[in-house]
Design a protein around this ligand. Structure first.
Ligand SMILES: Cc1ncc(COP(=O)(O)O)c(C=O)c1O
Length: 380
């Protein structure tokens, strides 16, 4: 049997990782400023993570959600504390798309409505509801196209208020820093105005923190830069540092109903152990603060690089989620970075490099990257 060929692949076989580096099967080392698509939060193969996972695997890998799982309770308590959402409730699933799927379902159960407002260029995942609120017709199959969603421009509060005033909007879903859309930033004025309008018209505010959250922005959640408190927050990617998991933080206004949501694998013992190890390292190594400080340094260095080279039009982002807008397609730049400079980065649109490193990135790593990036820019 062959693989179902849906991914355009780099001709590289990554077999090992440590901290912010990965190695291919020929022993070539790479600097990883992509984190396997913003997934690696505490660094590859962190010793504490490996130790906790090994211990758990030797004790119990999985049991179902029909019995008490104290690891889930511990995780909810720890996450509540570190994120500033101690009064919220936590539901665990296996991926980002599933997190948004459950967030939207819960919103609809709550107010009985079906309509959703989402940003132009939004990306929320590939399952039925998650893909329907994603603004990319190429990945929406006819079966997912059910006319539930209106896509509206980023930060155009008047347009959003006008739709909300119709009184039939179930939920508004937003990435406070758009990932796939190109590292576009929501403004505090928009976010606060939207929260007010959602409350006024009985709509649920959902923040998708799957990419921009979990410490990446330099606060625990990106929306915490904007002065809002959403009704539901979806998380995934960095929560398990590569162990597939997702979750939603749910406001105390929502009453849980037995059987309304459920999952076989979500919140299993290994998953919770991965997430607890991640939170341990966040606390022990101050990784959220590190994302803030090293992110600012990265941004400054990129702006200086913009002055002394050609091809960088602008730099934007927050913490360790940074977009570099180029005046040329990103393809050649990214290829040169990977194949010649041995440095992974992400991309967005046709002309944006997206930098999403592990949150343990150091200033030395930044200096190293800038040198490699400058070499590439000078050769183009
Ligand atoms: C903002 C955002 N939401 C949702 C998802 C979907 O997550 P997953 O691929 O784990 O389903 C992604 C993945 O890239 C994302 O960036």
């Amino acid at each position: 049997m062959k693989l179902f060929d849906v991914y355009p692949l780099f001709d590289i076989n990554i077999v090992k990782g440590k901290g912010v580096n990965v190695w291919d099967d020929k022993g070539q080392e790479y600097l990883d400023l992509y984190g396997g698509h913003a997934v690696i939060s505490i660094g590859h193969c962190h010793p504490h993570y490996v130790e906790m996972m090994t211990k758990q695997l030797n004790t119990l890998g999985f049991y179902s959600n029909s019995v008490i799982n104290k690891l889930q309770v511990e995780l909810a308590e720890r996450l509540g504390k570190i994120s500033g959402y101690e009064d919220y409730q936590f539901f665990l699933i296996n991926s980002g798309a599933e997190a948004n799927e459950n967030a939207l379902k819960l919103a609809s159960f709550k107010n009985g409505r079906k309509r959703v407002l989402s940003f132009e260029k939004a990306f929320h995942g590939r399952t039925s509801l998650a893909v329907e609120v994603t603004n990319n017709p190429k990945i929406i199959a006819p079966i997912n196209d059910n006319n539930h969603v209106t896509f509206l421009p980023l930060n155009d509060l008047e347009a959003w208020e006008k739709e909300l005033a119709k009184g039939d909007v179930c939920a508004c879903i937003l990435e406070c820093i758009q990932g796939v859309g190109g590292v576009n930033m929501v403004t505090p004025e928009f976010a606060q105005g939207l929260q007010k309008a959602c409350k006024k018209y009985g709509s649920i505010l959902i923040c998708d923190e799957i990419q921009c959250g979990y410490g990446r922005s330099g606060k625990f959640f990106a929306h915490q830069w904007l002065g809002i408190r959403p009704d539901i927050i979806s998380v995934a990617k960095g929560i398990g540092n590569g162990f597939p998991m997702g979750g939603i933080l749910i406001s105390p206004d929502f009453e849980p109903v037995y059987g309304q949501l459920g999952t076989t694998f979500g919140g299993n013992h290994l998953a919770c152990t991965a997430a607890l190890a991640v939170l341990d390292v966040f606390e022990n190594e101050g990784l959220v603060e590190n994302a803030h400080l090293v992110g600012e340094y990265l941004m400054d260095e990129l702006k200086q690089l913009q002055q002394r080279t050609t091809h960088i039009k602008s730099v934007r982002g927050q913490g360790l989620m940074v977009g570099v807008v180029l005046d040329i397609p990103h393809k050649e730049v990214r290829n040169k970075l990977i194949y010649e400079q041995h440095c992974f980065t992400g991309c967005a649109s046709t002309d944006i490099l997206r930098i999403l490193p592990p949150l343990c990135l150091t200033r030395d790593n930044v200096d190293d990257f800038i040198q490699r990036f400058e070499t590439v820019l000078n050769e183009l």
